[in-house]
Design a protein around this ligand. Structure first.
Ligand code: HSE
Length: 302
């Protein structure tokens, strides 16, 4: 019997202004195991959100693996899937992207690595709808990615040393679909200019290690202001984390988790973020995470 085990990192998309194009991977993992069988589908899930993750054909890891098998026209008769989920679900830390990428990478190993990294990324992006989380989950580090003519164009780089994330994960859930439904169909020209400048500044600052500009560079006018209305207390947490010494603060992806980028004062920032959520009556845990320089990878094959 052959078993493939793949570890996939959590990700924060957007980092404020980089809507749908910027993502960073963190050292917090979901593990996906696939075992080909003669027949049947058996899915076991443990860890974060285990009770809500479907154990049938709706399962994202299964759907991603099936997409690979279809693309290469090579499929096992059946499949056993074991998911150990370390990424909080529906909080903005890329749990669904990790499931998709884990399923794709593991299935690709099972079929003899017939898909290139670009093909895996294209498939993941098709399933997820936008490239930011899946690109960072697949490639690790920081990834700038954009869709062009049906292809994902990307540049990956390593975050500056010493940078960590303090991520406040409230006991609130927000499906990405809901968080996208509140966004406007059109944006004001000045707001677009505001975001273009900040997104460019953010990438340049992260490339050069100039963390002093992150306070400005992580501001956003395209999506966060609409989403704050869905999430009680979140806007105050962003402001409080800045005052506590974070270099820049934003929603992690579509939220409701808040990501504070810092190079010092991690414990203080964590306490302030937790206390500020609690003042709004929302229990919250806080994770202090290192950037993950590597993306999804197969750990072993027996
Ligand atoms: N860029 C996406 C969004 C990330 O903000 O909707 C969440 O999946």
């Amino acid at each position: 019997m052959s078993l493939v085990r793949v570890q996939v990192p959590a990700t924060s998309a957007n980092l404020g202004p980089g809507f749908d194009c910027l993502g960073i991977a963190w050292e917090l993992f979901t593990t996906v195991e696939l075992v080909p069988l003669a027949g049947g589908l058996f899915i076991e899930v443990s860890g974060e959100g285990a009770a809500e993750i479907p154990r049938d054909e709706r399962n994202l890891v299964y759907q991603a693996a099936r997409a690979v098998f279809r693309q290469v026209d090579q499929a096992p008769g059946g499949l056993r899937i074991r998911i150990t989920s370390g990424i909080p679900v529906a909080r903005g830390l890329g749990a669904s992207a990790a499931a998709v990428v884990g399923g794709i990478v593991a299935a690709n190993v099972l079929v003899g690595r017939r898909l290139s990294v670009r093909q895996q990324l294209a498939l993941a992006c098709q399933m997820e709808g936008h490239p930011d989380n899946v690109a960072a989950a697949l490639l690790g580090g920081l990834v700038v990615a954009a869709l062009a003519d049906g292809e994902v164009k990307y540049v990956r780089f390593t975050p500056p040393p010493g940078l960590k994330a303090v991520v406040a994960v409230p006991e609130l859930r927000l499906a990405t679909r809901t968080a996208r439904e509140v966004l406007p169909k059109q944006v004001n020209f000045q707001d677009a200019v505001f975001n273009v400048g900040r997104a460019a500044l953010l990438v340049a600052a992260l490339l050069q290690g100039e963390l002093g500009v992150l306070g400005t560079a992580m501001e956003d006018r395209l999506h966060q202001c609409f989403r704050f209305n869905l999430m009680p207390g979140v806007k105050k947490v962003v402001a409080a984390a800045r005052l506590a010494g974070a270099r820049g603060v934003a929603l992690s992806g579509a939220g409701p988790a808040v990501v504070a980028i810092a190079d010092a004062n991690f414990e203080l920032i964590a306490r302030v973020m937790r206390d500020t959520f609690r003042q709004s009556g929302i229990p919250t845990r806080v994770l202090i995470l290192n950037p993950c320089p590597v993306g999804a990878r197969a750990l072993e094959r027996k």
